[in-house]
Design a binder for this molecule. Structure first.
Ligand SMILES: [Zn+2]
Ligand SMILES: [Zn+2]
Length: 216
């Protein structure tokens, strides 16, 4: 199943312009089966959107994005109470500190920390080794060759899974990049398992852009 593993909604992410109504409508219109909502240190929209999306047959995957000294990370977990303990700016996850049902994706690593203002420098990956399950190699906002190449190198160096996500803050950008997750994807737990088993395949737009997701 193709899943956008990085999206933001308003109001939980005040930088996003995607309302609940637009988010749901876009997913339904484009035949999205599952999408991850990864707001900045806030899962309030996840709680509210999950039932509304489920009513339309769209599965919501739960994650939260944090900005740290080492960059931005998305933590995925089926445990909403656990996810609600994260703040938008906070310490980086440390190896061995997270429960087994959580997975950590280092998102747009070469672009640095969006809310922490931290910058990437070569060798930084050693600071997070062991705490990261996956690296977002394709981010809809950071598709420049430098960002993609660096992210690919980091993923290889860490032996981590690779993901793609739109990082959409506008509805039209949803699914701009996405991740192929092996079926079945029934819950956030299935996505966590796929990340830990390094069985994800990232996708970015091609020219001409193909629509390979959805129920068509
Ligand atoms: Zn970010
Ligand atoms: Zn983001």
């Amino acid at each position: 199943m193709n899943v956008d593993l990085h999206t933001h909604t308003y109001p939980a992410s005040d930088c996003s312009h995607i309302s609940f109504r637009d988010y749901i409508a876009w997913c339904v219109e484009h035949g999205v089966d599952a999408v991850a909502l990864t707001n900045h240190g806030d899962v309030a929209d996840n709680r509210r959107l999950e039932p509304a999306l489920a009513a339309e047959g769209v599965l919501l995957i739960h994650g939260v994005e944090i900005s740290t000294l080492f960059g931005d990370f998305v933590v995925f977990s089926p445990d909403m109470d656990f996810l609600s303990t994260f703040a938008d700016i906070q310490d980086a996850p440390r190896a061995g500190e997270l429960p087994d049902d959580a997975a950590v994706v280092w998102v747009h690593p070469a672009a640095g920390g969006g809310r922490s203002g931290s910058a990437y420098y070569p060798g930084l990956e050693r600071m997070v080794a062991g705490a990261v399950d996956a690296v977002e190699v394709y981010n809809g906002s950071w598709l420049g060759e430098r960002y993609v190449t660096t992210a690919e190198q980091i993923a290889a160096q860490l032996g981590a899974a690779r993901t793609g996500g739109s990082d959409a803050h506008e509805a039209g950008h949803l699914m701009a990049c996405y991740t192929e997750v092996p079926d079945p994807v029934r819950s956030t737990a299935d996505v966590v398992t796929a990340l830990k088993q390094r069985r994800t395949i990232p996708h970015r737009p091609e020219a001409p852009r193909k629509r390979r997701f959805g129920r068509f």
